[in-house]
Ligand binder design. Structure first.
Ligand SMILES: [Zn+2]
Length: 412
């Protein structure tokens, strides 16, 4: 068992207060803090800190003895690498409109870009590794997101409610083919609109959004959140086709504790809030807009799944007395939330390598005769070779998350 120190990622959409406050640092931070990475991703591994206080990269620690750190099972199935990456995420502003490839698409795309000689660190590189990237986000605060295409019929209702004549041909297109093919046709048309057509259409749509919000009257206001989101996105990314695309996606609000699981091909954009995110240890993101980063629309279109059923909000199941488990089909990771009242203790059997991250209160973690104080915003790394562990709450209630390998298929 080792203390683990996350790696701060500073992106423009991050928050200067959320992560720093949770970790007990002074606010505002010098830079926007978007993510805190707890894992062994080569781009920014977390660091383990022992009694001698000399930090060691978790990546180096794993390299020293993969079977002891990861267990033979992981080394055999995934190679000598940690299959998951745990993050604390704080979105002050929206993230890019994006989707992730399937395992087969990632392997093919990686091989293709390798063959073309696109350097791994090039800003136009899409596939930085040959892995898929299923991801799960669990809200710590209220968490706003766009995810998955709304049903075509419902989107026709939304677009008609904006009463924008310039939208008529597009509404007609979707109304004439209200299925996944219609959504593909409309999304493809919008995301590839020439700049001139886009700069004519977007302001008309935004006018429609403003009018929709202003003229409530007796008519039911069903799409207020969707319309507000389009206006907010347009303020940050005026003239971006992603503003139009946002009107095609489900507008989702997660309450604290609720999760969202995103499999391959699912178009999404996180909008605002703080959460815990866990994903397969991959960097493969295909972006369609709402970002200054590299956008590759043709490649995005190759991986998008327009026929996916809606994206359900994921509620955790209580397992035993203190563990709330988020069940997903991902083989690379499983996430649990532990809730303990003051003075309570939970005992956990060994289950391969684990990362514990405390998000509120303070606990003592005991394992193999060692003990570590786990305050809010602190984390520990437990290698596969460690015996059973105990989490003991202090004087106040504790919330902590545990990242581990994916559950057996019967438990997912
Ligand atoms: Zn994503």
């Amino acid at each position: 068992m080792h203390r683990l120190e996350g790696a701060v990622r500073s992106y423009a959409w991050g928050s200067r207060t959320a992560i720093a406050t949770l970790c007990g640092r002074t606010v505002p931070s010098d830079h926007p803090e978007a993510e805190l990475w707890f894992g062994a991703h080569p781009a920014d591994p977390a660091r383990v800190i022992d009694d001698d206080h000399v930090p060691v990269s978790l990546l180096d620690l794993l390299d020293e003895d993969p079977p002891a750190q990861l267990g033979d099972d992981i080394v055999e199935r995934f190679g000598p690498r940690l299959p998951f990456l745990l993050k604390l995420l704080a979105a002050e502003e929206p993230l890019s409109l994006q989707a992730h490839p399937s395992a087969a698409q990632a392997a093919e795309g990686y091989a293709r870009e390798e063959a073309l000689g696109v350097p791994l660190d090039s800003s136009v590189r899409n596939y930085r590794d040959p892995n898929h990237k299923p991801e799960l986000v669990v809200a710590l605060t209220r968490f706003e997101a766009l995810a998955g295409f709304r049903s075509a019929a419902r989107t026709v209702e939304l677009l008609e409610a904006l009463r924008v004549p310039e939208l008529d041909p597009y509404v007609g297109l979707l109304a004439g083919q209200p299925d996944s093919d219609g959504l593909r046709a409309l999304f493809t048309t919008w995301i590839t609109l020439p700049a001139q057509a886009l700069s004519a259409l977007v302001p008309r749509v935004l006018d429609g959004c403003v009018t929709y919000l202003a003229t409530g009257g007796d008519a039911p206001r069903e799409f207020v959140a969707e319309v507000r989101t389009a206006l907010q996105l347009a303020e940050i990314y005026p003239g971006d086709a992603g503003v139009l695309a946002s009107l095609l996606l489900n507008r989702i609000t997660l309450e604290p504790g609720q999760g969202l699981y995103l499999d391959a091909g699912n178009l999404h954009a996180y909008l605002h809030g703080m959460g815990i995110e866990i994903m397969a240890n991959s960097d493969n993101v295909l972006r369609g807009g709402l970002t200054p980063k590299h956008v590759d629309v043709p490649e995005l279109l190759r991986v998008l799944d327009f026929g996916a059923p809606g994206v359900p909000i994921l509620e955790a199941d209580l397992v035993g007395s203190h563990e709330w488990r988020y069940r997903t089909p991902a083989p690379e990771f499983a996430l649990s939330r532990f809730e303990l009242d003051a003075g309570e203790t939970v005992s956990l059997a060994p289950c391969g390598p684990q990362i514990l991250l405390c998000t509120s209160g303070s606990a003592t973690v005991e394992c193999g005769g060692e003990s570590i104080e786990l305050g809010q915003g602190r984390s520990v790394w437990l290698p596969a070779s460690d015996p059973k562990l105990e989490i003991r709450a202090g004087d106040a209630a504790v919330q902590a998350f545990r990242a581990r390998l994916g559950l057996d298929p019967g438990d997912r």
